[in-house]
Design a protein around this ligand. Structure first.
Ligand SMILES: Nc1ncnc2c1ncn2[C@@H]1O[C@H](COP(=O)(O)OP(=O)(O)OP(=O)(O)O)[C@@H](O)[C@H]1O
Length: 293
């Protein structure tokens, strides 16, 4: 499969009251067309910053991103983002149908826009609710509207930032299955940021494990599970349990089991160096938070 996304030595620093805070410390990876890649990392390591940089919403302080070969400078036309907080990303004064049509208003005529929105609502099982307002729907249904809106746009890359963190556990499972079904049916390329290790294994073709800030890729794990997944049998399988443990171990500063570099694109780092820097960063972050609260 051709490379859809190429992130090279991406770094971002914020100006803070007490100086400069380096959130991302030089991250490199690629995502092939049709892949679903999950990004996990400790809280505050810069996952959202990474996603916002890839989306062109902020300018990284170093490195570069290309989307199907074109440098990302500003928000690319063929990219869609789904955020955790659906209540802030959907417009309460528009109907569900109009919300889904909204990003298409400049690129398509009315009839085609309506057809695309209706089709996307059908993909997410919401064909009957196009005339309702978003506030008349449950949280899970609202997030399905947000997913439909992103898919109707037919993006080259779908970015998702903790997309299911605001719904209850049962709805989360349903939305995970919905995402797997619709993105596979449409061969979508997806990058999902999540803090949930189980979710990263359940959804991903690959998992990128980030260190604490300034974050780096400490492991690029291939999810060796059948593409057809099931909330019960997949989660019970030995391969799932093993990969979940390995991801958790790496997240808590364990050394990558492999002695070879974690990704060909990532600057090779010694696992011990990463682990100890991670612990240092977490201690610094805890101290920083304690002094600011
Ligand atoms: N606009 C900003 N200005 C200054 N610092 C920021 C800004 N946004 C984020 N940060 C800091 O950058 C670091 C990374 O934040 P980010 O939200 O990207 O992390 P995260 O891994 O997504 O966090 P979480 O898992 O808690 O959602 C944090 O220390 C955060 O406080």
């Amino acid at each position: 499969m051709p490379t859809m996304l190429e992130v090279t030595d991406l770094g971002h620093s914020y100006r803070a009251k007490d100086g400069v805070h380096e959130a991302i410390g030089g991250v490199s990876f690629t995502v092939d067309a049709g892949e679903l890649v999950c990004v996990v990392g400790p809280s505050g390591c810069g996952k959202s910053t990474l996603l916002r940089s890839i989306a062109g919403l902020i300018s990284p302080t170093r490195g570069s991103t290309t989307l199907h070969g074109s440098p990302v400078q500003g928000v690319p036309d063929d990219l869609a983002v789904v955020f955790q907080d659906y209540s802030r990303s959907l417009f309460p004064w528009l109907t569900v149908q109009r919300n889904v049509e909204f990003p298409l208003r400049r690129s398509l005529g009315r009839a085609e826009r309506q057809a695309r929105a209706a089709e996307a609502l059908d993909w997410v099982g919401l064909s009957g609710v196009g005339g309702k307002y978003t506030w008349q729907l449950s949280g899970g249904m609202q997030q399905r509207v947000a997913i439909a809106r992103a898919l109707a746009y037919r993006p080259a890359l779908l970015l998702m930032d903790e997309p299911f963190a605001s719904v209850d556990a049962q709805t989360r499972f349903e939305l995970e299955d919905l995402l797997l079904r619709v993105t596979r049916e449409h061969a979508s390329t997806v990058l999902v940021v999540t803090h949930d290790i189980d979710e990263s294994v359940y959804l991903g073709d690959r998992i990128l494990v980030l260190s604490g800030a300034p974050s780096k890729v400490v492991a690029d794990l291939t999810v060796d599970l059948p593409r057809e997944r099931d909330q019960i049998t997949t989660r019970e399988s030995e391969a799932f349990v093993t990969l979940r443990s390995e991801t958790a171990r790496l997240l808590h500063g364990g050394r990558p089991r492999s002695t070879k570099p974690v990704t060909s694109a990532n600057q090779a780092e010694d696992g011990q160096t990463v682990a100890s820097r991670w612990a240092d960063a977490e201690r610094a972050e805890t101290g920083r938070r304690a002094t600011t609260t």
